[in-house]
Design a binder for this molecule. Structure first.
Ligand SMILES: *Cc1c(COP(=O)(O)O)cnc(C)c1O
Length: 227
């Protein structure tokens, strides 16, 4: 199957999952996760109409942003080290993996210097499993508030990455909890700043859509497996 065929299939499945959940298919946007894949794969997806790409590694993202040229929107979705945060603010349209105050300060400062508006999702480690990325649910309110108040940052919502993404029956409650958290936070934040829920990957994006995902991050099912 070509990348174009895979994209077509995924978009149909997204639309179907949305309708089954009583939602409009246009409420769900596909982030094509192109990590470890060459820029040719990105260009093939762009030619097939794909508009949003997700990357986990900054060096790789920088190469592809340069080579792919203007057009696509780039989302940084990987674990972000403080020393790389300035660069992430330069390259990305949206950073989905913001999980601590220090990052917020760095990327806001850089966005101001660049005179750009940078979209931000707070990554939450729902359920508190052992993993390197994501703030605790308890820390989420303060971090959201900090982004909402930070110059040149636009708070868009929440992101989560379940640790056991290979077990669909265990991820669904995690997705539900992220949505509930966003609903709890929204009244205390500026209008529209909890609109996005980034959750769901190749193996579980339909369950995520059933629980309210607005951004699904799909890699393998579009570009094939990574080695
Ligand atoms: C790699 C990755 C994805 C995509 O995973 P697939 O299983 O290949 O669809 C989504 N989100 C994050 C944060 C990732 O690192």
């Amino acid at each position: 199957m070509s990348i174009a065929e895979n994209l077509n299939k995924i978009n149909l499945r997204i639309a179907e999952a949305a309708r089954e959940a009583g939602r409009e298919p246009t409420e769900v946007r596909l982030v094509a996760v192109s990590k470890t894949k060459p820029v040719q794969a990105v260009q093939e997806a762009m030619a097939a109409g794909q508009a949003i790409f997700g990357e986990n590694y900054l060096q790789e993202m920088r190469d592809k942003v340069g080579q792919a040229g203007p057009g696509p929107q780039w989302h940084f979705i990987g674990h972000l080290q403080s020393k790389k945060a300035r660069q992430a603010a330069e390259l990305a349209h949206v950073i989905q993996s913001v999980d601590r105050l220090k990052l917020i300060n760095i990327i806001s400062k850089r966005a101001v210097e660049l005179d750009k508006q940078l979209g931000v999702l707070i990554q939450v480690n729902v359920g508190g499993e052992e993993q390197k990325s994501g703030c605790s649910e308890a820390d989420a309110p303060a971090l959201c508030q900090a982004v909402a108040e930070a110059p040149n940052l636009k708070l868009m919502g929440l992101m989560t990455m379940p640790p056991f993404f290979d077990e669909p029956e265990r991820v669904r409650p995690i997705f539900a909890r992220l949505r509930e958290l966003a609903l709890t936070l929204a009244p205390n934040l500026p209008q529209g700043s909890m609109d996005e829920l980034s959750m769901g990957m190749s193996g579980d994006f339909e369950a995520a859509i059933a629980e309210g995902a607005t951004l699904v991050r799909v890699g393998t099912a579009i570009f094939g497996s990574r080695y």
